[in-house]
Design a binder for this molecule. Structure first.
Ligand code: BT5
Length: 241
């Protein structure tokens, strides 16, 4: 694994994409102390002050373009396990790309890729993990490892563990059922009532599973099952919400 380190950068994903276009090998990692234009999904901003772990990994997985969402689930599993093993914190996965604790959003993942025909040329897996920031340094609705464990963690150890876990998970891409199973077993909204805002409206119902293409299955009763390919999810506390 070759690691390229910055003190400050616009976005590690943007840099990793440029390097991948320039033939950088698989498992090249770009990491920065600060991102000035950290990216979330759908043009959202990712706040990336000092104290968090902001990095991107270049992959050349040789998979079909339609299988790219799998990488998001693979990276979530790898990050969840590293956080447990290295920091002793038990986080939950949340569809489609978050790790959460009771106190808020701990991490977000942004996968960007380039395809030729049906096949992926490269994918960049960007991981943002709130580590040593204190409450006042975090955006609303966010939490950090420091906030739950009350101790500082080494960013580099966490990053190396996440990348090692991704490497271990990599061969599962041929049998993604295992990736989705692990993700679903640790999902915060498994069989719970949820509300999902999608581009075409709001869907409410019981979150009942993940399809092999990464879609969320929601039992609404009208029709019985909706399959959502994108959206922003909120877990409802009870059926009356
Ligand atoms: C994500 O988007 O959760 C994907 C975030 C990926 C960030 C990594 S950092 C390394 C790499 N380089 C990049 O430029 N990006 C990747 P999304 O699901 O759209 O969530 C974005 C929303 O999360 C924002 O609209 C805020 O509400 C919230 N948010 C922003 N910064 C946050 C933070 N540090 N912690 C928790 N929540 C945050």
């Amino acid at each position: 694994m070759s690691i390229i380190r910055y003190k400050r950068i616009l976005s590690t994903n943007a840099k990793a994409k440029a390097l991948a276009e320039d033939s950088a090998p698989e498992w090249t990692v770009v990491v920065s102390d600060i991102q000035t234009h950290g990216k979330g999904r759908m043009g959202r901003k990712w706040e990336s002050h000092k104290g968090g772990l902001w990095f991107s990994v270049i992959l050349r997985p040789g998979i079909l373009a339609r299988s790219v969402p799998m990488l998001q689930f693979l990276a979530s599993n790898a990050t969840r396990r590293a956080v447990h093993e290295r920091a002793g914190v038990q986080a939950w996965t949340k569809w489609p790309n978050d790790l959460v604790l009771d106190s808020g959003k701990l991490a977000g993942i942004l996968v960007e890729s380039k395809s030729e025909g049906d096949m992926v040329c490269f994918a960049v897996v960007g991981i943002g993990l709130n580590v040593n920031q204190r409450m006042g340094e975090l955006p609303a609705g966010a939490t950090s490892l420091y906030e739950v464990s009350r101790r500082k963690h080494r960013l580099n150890d966490l990053m190396e563990e996440i990348v090692q876990n991704m490497k271990k998970e990599y061969r599962r891409l041929k049998n993604p059922v295992e990736i989705f199973d692990e993700w679903w077993r640790n999902c915060v909204h498994r069989s719970r009532q949820v509300q999902v805002k999608t581009r075409s409206g709001v869907v409410k119902g019981m979150s009942s599973g993940i399809d092999l293409d990464g879609s969320l299955l929601v039992e609404t009763g009208e029709p019985a099952l909706e399959k959502l390919v994108e959206g922003t999810l909120r877990v409802l506390n009870d059926q009356s919400e």
